[in-house]
Write a protein that binds this ligand. Structure first.
Ligand code: NAP
Length: 312
């Protein structure tokens, strides 16, 4: 069967013929319809994720397809694409605990675009205790996680302010939020205060770098900054008074340690919202396996503009 393969970190991925997967007890063979491309796959391909296992390996931390009995399933986690072969192949063996059922009314493509982004958005909003009456600032608003986070926060009754560095994406973003702020890091605080003079209750931050210091300044009393990525830089500094004088919190989030069973149940809840017509992922392109290195480059260059899916 055909599969994308990684033979060395930092090197281009290749498409090649490999043996059919061996399926152990407690696993199912999934025939892949789509594998999603996430920044996590890019970090892993670069060798920047210490937990990644031995090579060669098939990448792809999430995907959708059908099991031998015809059930439509999605999966992420349980080591797929990280320490065992992942979704970027015609078939893959997946631990049963990681399988989420896809209901009628939720397409394979929507399910493929929702695993990592959807669960991350759901968990980060929960970590920030976003609810009715909250004002939440969502950074990198055109991103896969942020697109879902805006919709879930609105469904919780929150006011959503979205930040983007991409003026050409304002139209897409504004469908899901109350205010869009086009701002680089140095203008972020002033631009957000234009629409929220008293600051915000919660911030979902996938950027870090120069963005996080103004975020901490923007937190209102008892506000929470959830850091879940570092797309704009690996570190930042801030004045401690900005936090302790406001009883503010900075919390981190990683989906990697979350139990696959819990992740699968959250995915099923999100798929139900898609089927009900109240949630949608923005899919920017569907590419063949042969274009995998182009997909990775688009994410590195912030040219994706929505979820990228790979298909066999
Ligand atoms: N901790 C976890 O469990 C977890 C889970 C999922 C993702 N993540 C991390 O969260 C981040 C976002 O993931 P995603 O799937 O939403 O990614 P994505 O779809 O590639 O979107 C990221 C968005 O961030 C903005 N952006 C990207 N690079 C930027 C830069 N250098 N400076 C300023 N803005 C930039 C862009 O939005 P605009 O063009 O609208 O500004 C982009 O659309 C990634 O770093 C990823 O590794 C972490």
């Amino acid at each position: 069967m055909r599969a994308v393969r990684q033979h060395a970190y930092g090197e281009p991925l290749v498409v090649e013929e490999i043996d059919q997967p061996t399926v152990a007890a407690g696993e199912s063979l999934v025939t892949i319809a789509y594998g999603a491309v996430n920044p996590l796959d890019v970090w892993i391909a670069n060798g920047a994720v210490a937990a990644a296992g031995p090579l060669p390996r098939t990448p792809g931390c999430e995907g959708v397809g059908t099991t031998a009995d015809g059930a439509r399933v999605a999966f992420r986690g349980a080591g797929c694409g990280l320490v065992r072969d992942g979704a970027w192949a015609e078939q893959v063996a997946v631990p049963d605990v990681a399988l989420a059922a896809i209901p009628a009314g939720c397409s394979d493509a929507q399910a493929a675009a929702l695993g990592i982004p959807g669960v991350t958005a759901f968990d980060c909003l929960e970590a920030a205790e976003v609810g009715a009456g909250s004002t939440v600032l969502i950074l990198g608003a055109s991103g896969g996680v942020s697109t879902i986070a805006m919709q879930l926060a609105k469904a919780h009754g929150a006011r959503v302010i979205a930040q983007t560095s991409s003026p050409n994406r304002v139209g897409q973003i504004s469908r899901y939020c109350d205010d869009v702020v086009v701002a680089a890091a140095d203008a972020l605080e002033a631009e957000v205060r234009e629409v929220a003079p008293d600051g915000v209750d919660a911030i979902l931050d996938p950027l870090a770098g120069a963005f996080s210091e103004p975020c901490i300044k923007l937190l209102a009393a008892k506000g929470t900054l959830v850091l879940y990525g570092a797309s704009a830089g690996p570190s930042f500094s801030f004045g401690p008074q900005e936090m302790y004088r406001k009883n503010a919190r900075v919390v981190g989030y990683s989906g990697l340690p979350v139990a696959p069973e819990a992740t699968a149940r959250t995915m099923e809840a999100l798929f139900a919202l898609v089927a009900a017509g109240t949630l949608e992922a923005v899919i920017s392109d569907e590419l063949p396996f042969e274009d995998v290195n182009e997909a990775i480059q688009r994410i590195k260059d912030n040219r994706a503009g929505g979820k990228l899916l790979l298909k066999p």
